[in-house]
Write a protein that binds this ligand. Structure first.
Ligand code: ATR
Length: 271
């Protein structure tokens, strides 16, 4: 039996055990996957206790421990380095802790599932917190042509652009916005409080996809999606697919198997 866990505080809300158990069932893997609420000041100890079990293979990490998970590791994938945060941990054969950030891979997979061709695409990210930092590298890897970041605190967008150190990534203020973006991604936490981050109406009206990284638990459209739909965006999508796809990327890192995601997304939509 391969053992996995997700660490967070709080953790009760996590869908990860359900998602990974479904992946395991469809991939002929015997697993156990538990939620573990680590004390705010006891994350490293909780992870060490988990990996002390010889059957432990890997763990996911969520708020507020992603930065600590990144800091603890000996090796980090480029997306984790760009984000300064990791959501997936495992030990390599040399006994070294490896950290990955699969959020951006998840986003890219879900954008592809929505039919978006990212090669050369013009993408606008709203917000410049951890969620935005985690997706910059994978979006560049997917071939986006322009990646603009708009945030109410401009200095935070500038810090991301500086770290990315790539001509395609810009921190923009409203006057510097392009006339058109193919995809507008809401990475802010505004939806959680029922708000829409400031963005010119014409950009949502003209985009191919308005994507909210947040997903609504009742399956309905988030306020950002509703706003974009009202303005005439071609397509709106929430972050449930990203959640499942980032989990699939972690599962593949741990087991070498790429699980089916479509059935899991359909199940979660229906539940
Ligand atoms: P996360 O790690 O989930 O990205 P975060 O680091 O707290 O969370 O970042 C939240 C982002 O949402 C920030 O970019 C924040 O803007 P500021 O950098 O100016 O604080 C943005 N945000 C949160 N609420 C918002 C709102 N009501 N309108 C616009 N932006 C908002």
């Amino acid at each position: 039996m391969k053992k996995f866990a997700v660490f967070g505080n709080p953790i009760a809300q996590s869908l990860s055990p359900t998602i990974h158990q479904m992946f395991a069932n469809s991939s002929q893997e015997q697993i156990s996957y538990q939620k573990r609420e680590a004390p705010v000041n006891g994350f490293a100890e909780a992870v060490a206790a988990f990996f002390a079990d010889p059957q432990a293979v890997g763990c996911n990490v969520t708020v507020p421990f992603k930065e600590q998970a990144y800091a603890m590791a000996v090796h980090r994938n480029p997306a984790a380095t760009m984000a300064g945060a990791a959501n997936t941990l495992m030990y390599n054969d040399d006994g070294e802790l490896c950290a990955f950030n699969t959020d951006g891979i998840g986003l890219v997979a879900d954008l592809h599932a929505a039919g978006i061709n990212l090669a050369g695409a013009k993408v606008l990210i709203l917000g410049a917190g951890g969620a935005a930092r985690g997706v910059v590298h994978p979006l560049l890897d997917a071939g986006v042509g322009q990646l603009d970041i708009l945030n109410r605190t401009v200095s935070k967008a500038a810090a991301i652009a500086n770290k990315a150190d790539n001509d395609k990534v810009r921190a923009v203020d409203t006057p510097q916005l392009l006339n058109h973006y193919d995809v507008v991604i809401n990475s802010t936490s505004a939806s959680l409080s029922g708000e829409v981050p400031p963005v010119p109406d014409r950009l949502l009206a003209g985009c191919e996809l308005a994507y909210d990284m947040v997903y609504s638990k009742d399956g309905g459209a988030t306020v950002f999606m509703q706003h974009a739909a009202t303005l005439g965006a071609t397509q709106q999508r929430d972050g449930l697919g990203m959640l499942v796809e980032q989990a699939a990327a972690a599962f593949a890192i741990w087991t070498g198997k790429q699980p089916d995601t479509e059935g899991v997304i359909d199940f979660l939509r229906g539940s």
